[in-house]
Design a protein around this ligand. Sequence first.
Ligand code: ADP
Ligand code: MG
Length: 397
Amino acid sequence: MSFSKLGLSQPLLDAINEVGYQKPTTIQTKAIPIVLKGSNLIAAAQTGTGKTASFVLPILERLSAGQTERKKRARAIILTPTRELALQVNQSIEAYAQFTSIKSMAMFGGVDYAPQKQALIDGVDIVVATPGRLIDLYGQRAIHFDEVETLVLDEADKMLDMGFIEAINKIIARVPEDAQSLLFSATLSNPVRDLAKSAIDNPEEIAITKHSASKSNIKQWIVTVDKDMKSSLLSHLLQQNQWKQALIFIETKHGAAKLVSQLEKRGIAAEAFHSGRNQKVRQQLIESFKAGEIQYLVATGVAARGIDIENLPVVINYDLPYPADEYVHRIGRTGRADAVGEAVSLVSKDNFKNLCMIESRLGHLLERVEFEGFVPRKPVPISILNYVPKHKRGEER
Ligand code: ADP
Ligand code: MG
């Protein structure tokens, strides 16, 4: 399959060529024709499978055929869970639209209103927004939804996790009833299905998540270790492996700051990335990390959503994430678009249940490694697959 067979016109094919994509990914092959013909769609495919282009390219195609932007009116709205992701999706749009006249903008909270309002007055076709700021600007009459032709819910699972349901529902209720609706998600969990059911009429459905939770191009392993030894084990791993870069996930903001200073004491320079740091600093950190100027980034899960670094060699879970889908999502930060990556998790005995859930989700046990000098005093038992947490068992009765 090649992009030229999917019904995209020359300016888009030229841009794809410029960006360097050889052929469409599976989700792109399936989704692009559906979106092009104007149908509603719900699609699940794991992180790093190219979902962005699967909706952006056909949207650009459809918008190119119609009228261009009017002030304070968007013709397509893409909702994303975080600022970082909004910026990233907008960058993709700019790349794919470089030979068209389509204009786009990213819109998110935590920054001044004025430039965003001005951009809307100047006129854009596509707004990529976090739900809160969009509804905020809508309330201020800085943007009207009456000309919205397509609404996209990107990373719907994460938007629900982050509590955006109310803002999303408000937006859905205010776009024209006949607008095309598209929902993309890493997983089609029950809450996502509920949202789809209430918000999207007659959708076609694509799901390519099954059995692919473990991508074969990501080498996954765990190191068992006592909790109080984690930070020295991490230093050991970083020094031993000499990864070009590593993204290190940790549970709390406080933990991130503490870990960075512990690493520093052992002569390892790292930066902390979490929601407690201001937007400008976060943006700079991402830019520097992307540019390779920062070797180790210690990040909390929510903050790191959407960070997309080419050739990131390794993701390290200093803390195991919860729920299991978050693990799948995190490790998707490496091994992007068929590159080879590694995902290492530090696991102590108190993480056992969490490990069970993750390995059950993957459908297989993860390779275990112990390091000399770090062999745990409290061993981590071998997981039971098909593990069901206690409260869930109760629910099913
Ligand atoms: P997802 O939204 O599914 O997590 P993204 O849309 O962010 O994935 O894409 C992941 C990475 O794959 C990006 O770096 C993107 O540029 C790249 N990519 C997307 N489509 C292709 C393709 N057809 N060929 C090669 N790389 C691609
Ligand atoms: Mg995505």
